[in-house]
Design a protein around this ligand. Structure first.
Ligand SMILES: Cc1cc2nc3c(=O)[nH]c(=O)nc-3n(C[C@H](O)[C@H](O)[C@H](O)COP(=O)(O)OP(=O)(O)OC[C@H]3O[C@@H](n4cnc5c(N)ncnc54)[C@H](O)[C@@H]3O)c2cc1C
Length: 293
């Protein structure tokens, strides 16, 4: 690994100035679980590494009944999994975070680092897209607030500029009567990363699906909503039959990636299976919740 200068700013303002002054030759480090790997392999050779872990404004998880959740970019996966605020207001986020990787990565890796790296084989981006989350980017030039669709551009590519910091993620409150379900599929029990992720959010009104948001991740270069399936589900009575039909539509609509972990055909088939399971679980949970209400 090339020698580098290690900088530890105390504020977003100070970090932004460093990023602006040092240009493309410096890198932000949060938990380091992704960056250290590529630095060790000499795929990235920064002259300066800017550690943002001391910046208070990038920490914490808060709730505002109008704005929803504010998740500081430095929140680790384990923080999301254990947060009472998240468990109360967006329990699906805590359920998702508890499944990320393994205890070591969950205790070290941050949500901000996960999103900025743009790796498709991850959990949070797809669910955040389904929940309508936005990311807040800060630089010495000002602030930008982007939807997940605007932020996630392509395979390992996001909209963040080299002088910007991701400071927080905002997740709006769920609409009344809405429920969310996240499921992931791993090829083998020994693997950590998802081969498929499916996120579904829907309002179920008298047994009928309304305002469905269905996002596929991990098997595609960048998570995306499957509008054909969302439109198909709109107004339909929740049932096993429509879950099966919607899953078929999703499988036809995606452009799966193909790599050592799975061919495009295999991923398409697993996306079909996992979408069906996700919708069936969402419908079943909704029925249970209705009965206990
Ligand atoms: C063995 C292993 C298994 C894994 N399994 C999973 C899994 O199952 N599911 C899953 O979702 N993920 C998985 N991951 C990925 C893991 O979640 C990410 O590596 C982690 O969240 C990255 O966060 P970090 O804080 O360590 O980022 P870092 O390594 O510190 O940074 C990653 C990148 O983001 C940039 N960056 C970091 N924070 C900011 C910021 N606030 N603003 C601007 N740029 C920033 C850095 O410059 C760098 O380019 C796995 C990783 C490993 C090593």
């Amino acid at each position: 690994m090339r020698d580098f200068d290690f900088l530890q700013p105390a504020s977003v303002h100070e970090a932004s100035r460093m990023l602006a002054d040092l240009g493309e030759d410096c890198r932000v480090i949060a938990g380091g679980t992704a960056l250290m790997l590529v630095m060790r392999q000499r795929m990235v050779n920064p002259s300066h590494v800017i550690a943002v872990d001391q910046i208070a404004a990038m920490q914490g998880i808060d709730w505002d009944h109008r704005e929803g959740l504010r998740i500081g970019a430095l929140s680790r996966h384990a923080d999301l999994a254990c947060s009472d605020v998240i468990k109360t207001h967006h329990p699906v986020l805590a359920e998702m975070a508890a499944q990320v990787a393994n205890p070591q990565v969950r205790n070290q890796g941050t949500l901000g680092g996960n999103l900025c790296y743009g790796d498709p084989s991850t959990d949070p981006p797809g669910l955040l897209m389904a929940l309508g989350a936005r990311v807040v980017l800060q630089s010495s030039r000002g602030q930008r607030v982007l939807s997940m669709e605007e932020f996630l551009l392509d395979f390992f590519a996001t909209a963040i500029e080299s002088d910007e910091l991701l400071v927080e993620v905002r997740v709006p409150p769920m609409a009344a009567g809405s429920h969310a379900q996240y499921t992931r599929f791993k090829r083998t029990a020994a693997e950590h990363r998802p081969l498929v992720s499916v996120s579904a959010v829907a309002r179920l009104e008298q047994g009928h699906c309304q305002d469905v948001r269905l996002v596929i991740g991990a098997s595609v270069a960048v998570p995306r909503r499957i509008s054909q399936a969302e439109q198909f589900l709109q107004g339909k009575r929740a049932s096993d039959a429509i879950a099966i039909e919607a899953a078929q539509i999703v499988a036809q609509a995606i452009e799966p990636i193909s790599d050592l972990r799975g061919s495009a055909d295999y991923r398409r088939e697993m996306v079909r299976v996992q979408t069906r399971r996700t919708l069936q679980t969402l419908f079943a949970r909704w029925g249970t919740l209705k009965e206990s209400a």
